[in-house]
Ligand binder design. Structure first.
Ligand code: DGL
Length: 297
């Protein structure tokens, strides 16, 4: 079991941003990544649909790859399905991702935090509960936040179309048009949120509540300038996964046994060339690490 791979899935390429952190934090592990690109984007589908996809992919990764742990590298799938996955697979080590509101609270100096994500994530009960928990008086009175403003404000903005534009930007023939679309969408959505900066009242911290958005960081930087904090979840998720594996005595230790490409198997039921381009760009992987799976989970 200790030599089994860790399963990771997302609606498409977004989860590669989590896989980047996982492979740094867990250099001796093998990974199998499932990009459900044939069904992307999840963020504008129903909860029921995302839940069914999540269950089917998990079962497939267990049956075919005998995974020892699963990282749901998608905020939307975590919001819609993590509770059902926990019920269905009580023995499996399961890690989800959620918008990093707590880390944002620690670094914001103006106390005004922006959150962008999919409609599915930001409209979910799970996210509403998270928002309420960080806005509760006990949190605001947290002694570690003594020097912070006495009240914290969150401005939440769903970004319809953005994950899809990022997904499609991996296709060589439409890359330039997609970059333009990404920049236009980001401008529209960030303008709707208010002003960004370090002055009182301005948003100084932006939480990227969708794993795809990490790949739009350069575009966000050029829009918002160098001072705004952009907060994502890859590193804390990787550290948490490591802790859970350690606690279950399932952590593979030591230096990497093989080259990165031999530790990674990436699959898609969508466009193979798109996944290959993204994996090469963000993880430095050769095209041979990616395969098209015709298995219809
Ligand atoms: N990358 C996913 C997330 O973190 C899903 C994006 C989508 O498919 O809409 O929410």
């Amino acid at each position: 079991m200790i030599d089994s791979p860790i399963g990771v899935f997302d609606s498409g390429i977004g989860g590669l941003s989590i896989l980047q952190s996982l492979q740094h934090a867990l250099p001796a592990e093998h990974f199998v990544y499932w990009a459900d690109s044939g069904h992307a984007p999840y963020g504008e589908k129903t909860d029921l649909f995302v839940r069914q996809r999540s269950l089917a992919i998990t079962q497939h990764l267990i049956d075919t790859h005998h995974i020892k742990a699963l990282v749901v590298a998608c905020n939307t799938a975590t919001a819609a399905a993590i509770h059902v996955l926990r019920e269905q697979y009580p023995q499996l080590i399961l890690v989800g991702v959620e918008p990093a509101l707590k880390p944002a609270l620690k670094i914001s100096e103006t106390g005004h935090i922006g959150v962008i994500g999919t409609r599915g994530t930001l409209g979910s009960d799970k996210f509403q509960r998270l928002l309420m928990s960080v806005q509760s008086p006990t949190n605001i009175a947290n002694p570690t936040l003594d020097s912070k403003p006495s009240s914290t404000r969150f401005t939440v903005q769903p970004c319809n179309g953005l994950a899809l534009a990022i997904e499609e930007s991996t296709h060589a023939d439409s890359a330039e048009a997609c970059q333009q679309r990404i920049a236009d969408l980001l401008r529209t959505y960030t303008q709707a949120m208010g002003t960004f900066g370090k002055e009182a009242g301005q948003i100084d911290t932006l939480v990227l509540g969708c794993t795809h958005y990490v790949f739009a960081e350069p575009a966000l930087r050029s829009l918002l300038g160098p001072d705004v904090h952009l907060v994502s979840t890859g590193d804390p998720v990787a550290r948490h996964t490591r802790r859970l594996l350690e606690a279950a005595s399932l952590l593979r230790r030591g230096p990497a046994p093989h080259a990165l490409s031999a530790r990674m198997q990436l699959m898609t039921n969508g466009d193979l060339a798109g996944l290959q381009a993204a994996a090469a760009r963000w993880l430095g992987l050769p095209h041979a690490a990616c395969q098209r799976s015709d298995f219809q989970v």
